[in-house]
Write a protein that binds this ligand. Structure first.
Ligand SMILES: *Cc1c(COP(=O)(O)O)cnc(C)c1O
Length: 416
């Protein structure tokens, strides 16, 4: 998707402190050159293949489809990437760009820790220094990820200001970048933030949709009729959708976190049901969840990766244009979808991805058997064991583990 000077309709842009302007221009220029440089693209594909395991397969879910009695469900298996999610596609891409720009250090911010771990992995592989900002509360709640980041050589900085969660970590990362931009790159983990991040992250994630576009005709004899992806910041959705945007017969469905209810603080629905509104924050313009005074709202999702107050300007625009249909799945439907996939296909999905799956599962029975639905399985669910056990109230879980689960399940801040 080509932006118009960083804008997609009224969304996007670059609202950053003056001091970061030259650094932002440098990233823009490096990216514009790199995306057209065959040597860079070859190195990128080589790293995707030999380090992350691409291409990922598409899997036909025969038993699940039969059970639902309607459309055929297929999964694009981003869970089979190194570290278990699509995040790796972007971190490898930006990591190579950092080397190309001659910088020696990366900064990241993380909520639940998934993006922090992916960044620490790639930094270690490419020989870059890595500092990860994380709210002090998240450090306590997500300690296993903190442990691994440190083992990988990253410096994890607990942020003790404000609510001690993702928002505050984001402020600290920006502060660091403002002081260190000459040798450091701020590695944003989703298709949000100032230009060119939405464009760049979507470019690196578009490998998901590009592979799917060639895999579906081989496996199903046609392009998919409908494509689903969950929407946190929007990177896996942009990556899957953008290569299909010009295929007018392919319907694109983005699925947000419906949480527990539509009450403020109980969901992360920004683009469906008119719950979000136009705003400028965190370096860009999009539909944010906010109150009348423009204060960003609290959000909730059972999946940490979808628990975010903003959304990609690219998706906000495509939704406004009517090219992407937005919907949401609520926590209980998400758990049910995850269980159905486990029982019928032997795949343990991430709770984020289970939102996309839940929407496809709701649609499938109403469609006929030669309709083909492709769901982006953005990640694997091993990380969700404690949230899942709490949600289904598994009494067989030993008591000490149950207490641990309760702590874990209280994660209220999301992943960016
Ligand atoms: C982080 C994450 C997401 C949400 O991020 P997007 O930028 O919206 O793709 C979705 N699924 C998984 C498995 C994640 O780890």
């Amino acid at each position: 998707m080509m932006s118009d000077k960083g804008y997609y309709g009224q969304y996007g842009g670059s609202y950053i402190p003056e001091i970061l302007f030259s650094s932002q221009q440098q990233i823009q220029q490096a990216f514009d050159e790199a995306r057209q440089d065959p040597d860079f693209l070859q190195a990128l594909h080589h790293e995707w293949q030999t380090y992350s395991g691409r291409p990922t397969p598409v899997t036909h879910c025969q038993r699940l489809s039969d059970k639902l009695g309607g459309a055929q469900i297929y999964l694009k298996r981003e869970d089979l990437n190194h570290s278990g999610a699509h995040k790796m596609n972007n971190v490898i891409g930006q990591g190579l760009l950092v080397k190309r720009m001659g910088k020696r250090r990366v900064i990241a911010e993380t909520g639940a820790g998934q993006h922090g771990v992916a960044t620490a992995l790639v930094a270690a592989r490419l020989g870059l220094e890595c500092t990860v900002y994380m709210g002090a509360k998240d450090v306590a709640r997500q300690y296993p990820n903190v442990f691994w980041m440190r083992q990988l050589g990253a410096t994890v900085v607990p942020v003790t200001t404000g609510s001690q969660t993702l928002k505050d970590a984001l402020d600290e990362a920006l502060r660091d970048w403002s002081a260190s931009y000459e040798d450091s790159h701020y590695l944003i983990g989703t298709a949000c933030g100032c230009a060119p991040f939405p464009e760049m992250v979507s470019f690196f994630q578009s490998v998901i949709g590009q592979e799917s576009r060639t895999q579906m005709p081989v496996l199903a004899g046609q392009l998919p009729d409908k494509v689903y992806a969950c929407v946190g910041g929007g990177s896996n959705a942009c990556g899957m959708f953008l290569p299909f945007v010009d295929d007018q017969n392919v319907e694109l469905v983005g699925v947000e976190a419906g949480g527990k209810s539509h009450a403020p603080g109980e969901h992360s629905i920004r683009l469906s049901d008119g719950l979000g509104s136009f705003g400028i924050a965190q370096g860009y313009a999009t539909q944010f969840l906010q109150d009348e005074n423009g204060q960003l709202s609290e959000t909730h999702s059972i999946a940490a990766g979808l628990d975010y107050v903003g959304v990609s300007p690219i998706l906000a625009h495509l939704a406004e244009e009517g090219r992407v249909t937005m919907t949401y799945a609520q926590d209980d439907a998400v758990i049910e979808a995850a269980r159905m996939l486990m029982m019928h296909e032997g795949i343990i999905p991430a709770l984020e991805s289970s939102h996309a799956l839940a929407a496809a599962i709701a649609d499938a029975p109403m469609l006929d058997k030669d309709t083909h639905l492709l769901v982006t399985l953005s990640g694997r669910g091993d990380k969700d064991i404690f949230n899942m056990a709490t949600a289904i109230r598994d009494d067989a879980f030993p008591t000490f583990l149950q207490e641990f689960c309760q702590n874990y399940a209280q994660t209220e801040e999301g992943e960016v």
